[in-house]
Write a protein that binds this ligand. Sequence first.
Ligand SMILES: *Cc1c(COP(=O)(O)O)cnc(C)c1O
Length: 493
Amino acid sequence: MTELAPDALEVLDRLDALRAADAPTHGGRVLSYVYDSGRPDLDELAARAARAVQPVNGLDPTTFGSVAVMERELVGFAREAFHGGDDVVGSVTSGGTESCILAVKTARDAWRARGGEGTPRLVAPGTVHAAFRKGAHLLGLELDIVPVDPATGGPEASAMIDRLGPDVALVVVSAPSYPFATLDPVVEVADAALAQGVDLHVDACIGGFALAFWPTEVAPWDFRVPGVTSLSADLHKYGYSPKGASVLLQRGRDRQRNQYFATTEWSGYPVVNPTLLGSKPAGPLAGAWAIVQVLGTGGFTELVGKTARATAALVDAVTAIEGLRVVGEPTGPLLAVATDEDAPAERRVDPHRWADAVRARGWQLQLQPAHRQADGTVLPRTTHLTVTPVTESTLDGLLPDLAAAADDVRGEPGLDGTALLDGLGGAAALGALAGGVDSDTAAGLLGGLGLLAADGPAVPESLAPVLALVEVLPAPLSERLLVELLGRLVEPV
Ligand SMILES: *Cc1c(COP(=O)(O)O)cnc(C)c1O
């Protein structure tokens, strides 16, 4: 190994210190964002594989043949796991968002190639991942959002099917959805989409590599369903690989070629990009590839078994906590927790106060805001838990802490964001600002909310007030404020 000079070692020491202040990525203390297999050997394997290809440019698999071989083998593994035939082809992308955006691009261009003109629609349930809102925004599709049933957290198949038509370029369903872990009615919607010649994407970004190896029966959601034209599944979630890897599979070579961008009309090298990036790292690809090679079907089945057992234990434990309930019937390794409205008011537990109390005991859960849908129904405020293989080994500590945290806050009503706004002139005054807030005005509002200090953004101890504000502010204003917060976070001081 090359020796590093003292100044280089100092830089690395500083990085170690910075990392020590991060949320822990391993050990199961953070139940979102990170996917710990509980196997340090897999992390080491991925790190070595990534290092081996560090200087490679994934832009050109004809110059760097290793990239083509790894991608081909990963796509092959995914195609088998998701029951695709010879007509299913695919790509490795940088993550779920890129897979989703490319699914939208493919469908839009396939729709245009079929003669579609004007603005195409993208039909999806309200619980569809934000990546599809981003894709529709970037690629000029009109989003047509179908409200979900607040009781189950999922859409009615008939409500989805009613929206189909010749101007629909893509309908999206989730397997399962991120907010409530609902398995959308894939078979019913895909049958109708197929009959009408509409493309259908299954977003299995979070659940795909878990559901494919799930120990109990799951209704068909992958390429076994004839109307499914594309499917995304993230390797950097339940493929346990370092961030930067997802697969997008598409049915039909001719359809899939719409995913590519190619040009020979400049004086540089001919450009052929299956994904959004040009020059791109091969490290995440190599890490994911190495893990999949080592795990194989047997390894995945074993890790998913642990995850499924831990999820079942968590569902039972939360259900047993007075004042809380699990939303709907979660499918796969995640769940959302809401207040049990059947309990008397003084015995109810607000899920965000609960999450803050759980956090005080050393575990980080993810807060999700209440949301009013276009049909007037309101989806409840919830707390999200993503379960990973390592969770099983933490249950002895986690389950009692979840129950004790509920005892800490039982009977305390949830925060009402409207009250928090009073100091800023109230919701109406703020709402009037929604259109045009400049950077300094936004910073002033953030300062008034205690989220921005003179020396930069202040990350709050408790996240409940932030989510309560998101619930009551007009979306354009809360979006603008959050953009300001994140923008200021990376400004040089
Ligand atoms: C995580 C996720 C995405 C987006 O993936 P990123 O890897 O975060 O870009 C899309 N859909 C679902 C259901 C997800 O859970």
